[in-house]
Structure formats: C-alpha cells, structure tokens
Design a protein. Structure first.
Length: 143
C-alpha cells in the first residue's frame, strides 16, 4: 500500500486501533476540501496495532475531543514536508460541549443553551462527572 506523504497538514498517529472513524466523525473531517487518509490496523511495536489519520491541509484541531477519544494520540504538524511540531495528548481535565449528560433531571437537559461541562473525576478509570448533577460518564463506554 502506498500513502503519499503530505507537504502541509496534520498527522494523527498512535490512535487506538479502530478509533479513527470516531475521530473522523467528531472532527467533521468529511467537510474538508482536502485529502484525508485513514490508515487502519497498522503494525506498531508500542501498541500492537494502531490507526493513523493524515490530513493534507493545515487546520486547528480540538485537542480536548482527541484527548477524550484517545489520550495516547500524537499530533504532528507538517510544514513544507517536515514535522515542525509534535504534541502528545492527555485526558482533558474539563470537557465543554463534547459530551451530553444523560440524567433526565440534569439542568442541561431542560436548559439546552447551557454548556455541558464534565470534569475528570477518575483518571485511572477515565470517568467524567457532570459539573451540574454529578452524573458519571465512563469514557471507555462513550465510543
């Protein structure tokens, strides 16, 4: 298989195998007017298997969404064919309007204009809690 290198854009590397389509949807990559390559199940010494996404256009990425989906992702910014920036993600401490509360009694269900705010309560288990009603959301079950 031959995937061309990109000259200016972003490469998302070390994505957990199978998570690339979640990222594609949540970042709305289908709306871009450029080449987007999704490479699934690539052999990796560190992960066993991984996914990679190459975006052939410079863009701002929502690192909170990426960190929430998979905190092991590496974001590589490419300019003139060279990597100029490499960022290792982590679980975001606070999520705003990325996930919604499922508690029917939560104020965010009745007042939809309120920001849905979740705070990381257990980094080991990847659990977030609604800032308004304290309902737990397990990141691993979210996607």
């Amino acid at each position: 298989m031959n995937i061309d290198s990109i000259q200016n854009g972003v490469v998302l590397d070390h994505i957990q195998a199978g998570k690339s389509m979640d990222i594609y949807r949540y970042l709305h990559l289908d709306q871009l007017d450029c080449s987007v390559a999704i490479i699934k199940n690539v052999r990796s010494e560190r992960l066993g298997k991984k996914d990679i996404i190459k975006i052939d256009s410079p863009m701002d990425l929502d690192v909170d969404v990426l960190g929430y989906i998979d905190a092991n992702i590496t974001v590589n910014v490419i300019r003139d064919g060279e990597r100029v920036e490499k960022t290792h993600l982590e679980l975001p401490k606070k999520l705003v309007n990325i996930i919604r509360c499922k508690n029917p009694r939560c104020i965010t269900v009745a007042e939809t204009q309120l920001d849905a705010i979740f705070l990381l309560s257990d980094p080991e288990k990847h659990v977030y809690r609604c800032a308004y009603c304290d309902t737990a959301k397990d990141r691993k079950k979210a996607f």
